[in-house]
Design a protein around this ligand. Sequence first.
Ligand code: GLA
Ligand code: ZN
Length: 673
Amino acid sequence: MPETTPRGLTGLAFGGDYNPEQWPESVWREDVRLMREAGVTLVSVGIFSWALLEPSPGAYDFGWLDRVLDLLHENGVRVDLGTPTVVPPAWFYRAHPDALPVTARGERLAFGSRGAICHSNADYRAAAVDITTRLAERYGDHPALAMWHVHNEYGVPVSACYCDSCAAHFRRWLARAYGTVDAVNEAWGTAFWGQRYASFEEIDPPRLTPTVGNPAQALDYRRFADATMRENFTAERDVLHRLSPGIPVTTNFMTALSQCDSVDYWAWGREVDLVTNDHYLITDGRRTHVNLAMAADLTRSVAGGAPWLLLEHSTSGVNWQPRNPAKAPGQMARNSLAHVARGSEGALFFQWRQSRRGAEKFHSAMVPHGGTDTRVWREVVELGASVGSLASLRGTRTEADVAVLWDWHSWWAQNLDWRPSEDHDARERADAFYEALYDRHLTVDFAHPEADLSGHPLVVVPALYLMTRAAGDNLRAYVENGGTLVVSYFSGIVDEHDAVHEGPHPGALRDVLGLTVEEFSPLPAGGRVRLTGPGGAELDADVWTEFVVPRGAETVWTYADGLTAGHPAVTRHRLGGGTAWYVSTRLDAEGLDALLGRAAEDTPLAPRADLPRDVEVVRRTGESGTFLFAINHTATDAEVPLGTAGTELLTGGRAAGRLAVPAGAVRVVRLDG
Ligand code: GLA
Ligand code: ZN
């Protein structure tokens, strides 16, 4: 059985992507000296090195990598060794131009950046397995080897290819999934617009069409593209398991939707030995620590709650957003330790030494262009010491209060064309509900709609347009057994083929919510509505309204104006031992807080009114004890009540009663007992 933690690490992982091939060997000595100074324990090597390892077909040059691995080993740095299959060399494409991916418009992309791969291409597949085999044979039992890093960020920059090999592969995939072409016709509803197929041979990828194409075909193509990448991952993984037994194999995920939306990480989480993630702050004016927490919670959830590892984030600014601000002093440590609080067994960065050449030279690194007499370097060294002091929390798990349902298939379906309103954005709703829970100091587990939800007193469904019957039944059983469910509008509408569930909306959820939706009535651009509720309390909403017909549910808030005036806006349905809430419009932050406050009263969750806003409090617990993280994202000193006294691990002091968390600081208390 492969291990599930990096081999040979005794504490948490600290380090980053190390690309020594970009530097003369004289710099390598300096690198390892600085790595020791910073407390680096793990680096990722060789992710983009294929052209250097195999300079011409079948001719290998492993000498430089031997020297890198030996040097790291001599200096006590463990290695996360990449398979370089995200960048086949130029010579490979000269021989196999068909391995370059083709867009839906029919343009073939060129060599010269990275990730130019058609995952159906047989020559690519053979070459990827071959270079992986060579690496595993040579380094499979190297003493520096801690884990294998397959490929890089499957799903970006190319999420799907539309070439002829993919067309053939798609037909085989469909034949396996459906058996007969008639089953495809039925599932895709090809009676519409005369799209019927007489044989699999007639089916193509959803290439550019004159107007909107078949939505179920587009949805299946996303599933196919995801499954095809996974086939290539598992082919490499199996080679590594065979030739490098015991060593865990991972591939770096990007669970933040804004960074990769084409991969079903529920499925991938089951294939890796250790879940790893890359996360970059999206600096679009919103609270970046909230989008970080959400990505970290989602990563832990795809790991099934088990510890995972943050394989990349940035010490300061990135270089690929429209504007790339530097991180504020202390922000890097808050970011890194927030990931650790939410289950990461360490913190690694892209990248160790900032490049002088190439597309990423303006991306921050652990060793910046400015060298070691810089704020970034000093903070890196300080963070290395902090991470080093947290070794005892290895193997503990983050405690969560609430489950939020999440499903990439629903996300894909939701984003198909021709919906009731382009202003409705499933991602925005997921973010908004997450933020409302964050502001109530509730820690979130994400869950697949068909997963066992019984451990969570509150389950939130932000916008889950696609929901199978099985998922609907699951939610019904959850509520009947005493759970509290909160569902936002445009959820439970279609089945797995993007077909509207039979009968009134929301087909998968009618019973559990005790209502039907007669019509959607999205608002014009900029339109707003008011809701009146308990004790005359008013709420504000926009984007979406509905004509809701209660069929067992009670009305809690009512539309006060607009086309739906007088109709129910928010309802509550008691079913068995539990309660199901429904909100049929887009509430703002205040409205979501009011709604969640009411729903929380139906649960045993205690309000955390004693915790200041933007002071993040999260607990990890396990055999080695309970660890309370307090992260102060504000510019004001704060205090966090401690139920139990303990030892503060970053400063070494004792903590009891009220824990002082200075402005911008992080505290980690190992509670006594
Ligand atoms: C991704 C890649 C890295 C690097 C960073 C930059 O996560 O895996 O190679 O390009 O982005 O932010
Ligand atoms: Zn292709």
